[in-house]
Structures are given as C-alpha cells and as structure tokens.
Design a binder for this molecule. Structure first.
Ligand SMILES: [Zn+2]
Length: 101
C-alpha cells in the first residue's frame, strides 16, 4: 500500500488560490492550517486543522500539486475539518490511462 502524502497549502491572503508547495508523508510535519491528504494517487481530500464552514471551503481554488491547474471538487464536504475530495482532470486522467496499459 502506498504511503499517504500530505500537501500543505499556502495562500497569499488576498486571493482564493491555494497552492501546494511540497509534500510530506509525516502528518505532524504539516505546519499550515490547510492541506491536502493524498490517500489514493491523484485524489486529494482538502483538510483544515481549524473548523472551516463548507461554504468557505468551497470558495477556495485548489491547485494541482503536479501541474498547478485548478482542480475540481468531486464530492461534498464530510465535516468542517474534512472537506471536498479533489482531483485534477489532466494528471488524474493520464495516470489512470497509463496504469491500465
Ligand atoms: Zn494536474
């Protein structure tokens, strides 16, 4: 089984853009309040250490850790700490095609 990857998200404070900087496999090393949990390759759960309302979480533009494009939410929030599941149409689709060959 693959290790879970954690992608800390940074934001410039004035835009809704959330950009992953690097990843770690050690959850306690995540220093940002917002981060992505990649438990299956190219599927990301948007998580927050503090409670964030579902409406606020949905307004963020979360960028793909691999290509930098804004990702699409493919599920609704589970609660105020575990938000929507995101995937990148470009990277996710290509990876799955390669795995099938
Ligand atoms: Zn991508």
């Amino acid at each position: 089984m693959d290790e879970i990857k954690y992608h800390p998200l940074i934001n410039d404070g004035s835009s809704p853009d959330m950009v992953p900087m690097f990843f770690t496999t050690n959850e306690s090393a995540v220093s940002t309040k917002l981060y992505l949990t990649e438990f299956v390759s190219h599927y990301y759960r948007f998580c927050s250490k503090d409670a964030v309302s579902n409406e606020t979480a949905a307004e963020y533009q979360i960028h793909c850790p691999y290509c930098g494009k804004v990702m699409k939410a493919i599920s609704s929030s589970a609660d105020t700490h575990k938000h929507s599941l995101y995937t990148c149409c470009d990277c996710g689709g290509k990876t799955h095609l390669q795995e099938e060959i």
